[in-house]
Design a protein around this ligand. Sequence first.
Ligand code: PGA
Length: 249
Amino acid sequence: MKTLIAGNWKMNGTRAFTHDLCNALTNHVKTPNADVEMLICPSAILIRDARDSIKDSPIKLGAQDCSNAESGAYTGEVSAGMLKDMGCDYVILGHSERRSYHSEANALICEKSTQAKDKGLIPIICVGETLKKRIAGKEFDVIKEQLIHSVPKSIDDFVIAYEPVWAIGTGKVAEISDIHAMHEFIYTILSEEHGRAVADKTRILYGGSMKPSNAKDILAVPRVHGGLIGGAALKAETFNGVYDIACGV
Ligand code: PGA
């Protein structure tokens, strides 16, 4: 399975920023790599500029969220169909920032994932425990609950991103042994819920303060199939750097 190096731009950038960053990425990733895929997920309003800037390159395009509804009177929402129409292949769903700032519950994320799948997008479904839950020794319970209730039973083409909430944007990275244990656990739950065949082909990304200085160690962990990268995805040097490490350059 292809390692996925995914950039989550969050609410950052302008059209000029998008153009400059995409140019620096396309100058670096000129030909497809058989084992590694680069993905950028800009803010919805910048997707069109990003699409135009990365056309003719192997870099993939994704969004950071979509509606659980197909279309209609949902002011401010963006549908999965619109994202597909705009050239997206992926959509990040259930990011911890949406779970906490927008009170997104597992059931909603599950509906959004179904919408994404129905429109031909691959959902990147995020799971992660808070520091409080980890200190209380409840991290596996939280992840199991999120996996069971956020991932629709009916889909077989999706990506999981394990992002411990306390490691996002903080510079703190989970211990390698903890990442390993959690990714094994996620694989086990996916096998139980979706069967071995699906678990075996599902990529499990790590996210949380990933950057060139730690990417080699993290990407070497068994059952880590890439990264969901925030801060380091906003600079060509660091995002290309993580991509190169994934390629073994
Ligand atoms: P970070 O963000 O790399 O800045 O920690 C990761 C994410 O939130 O997806």
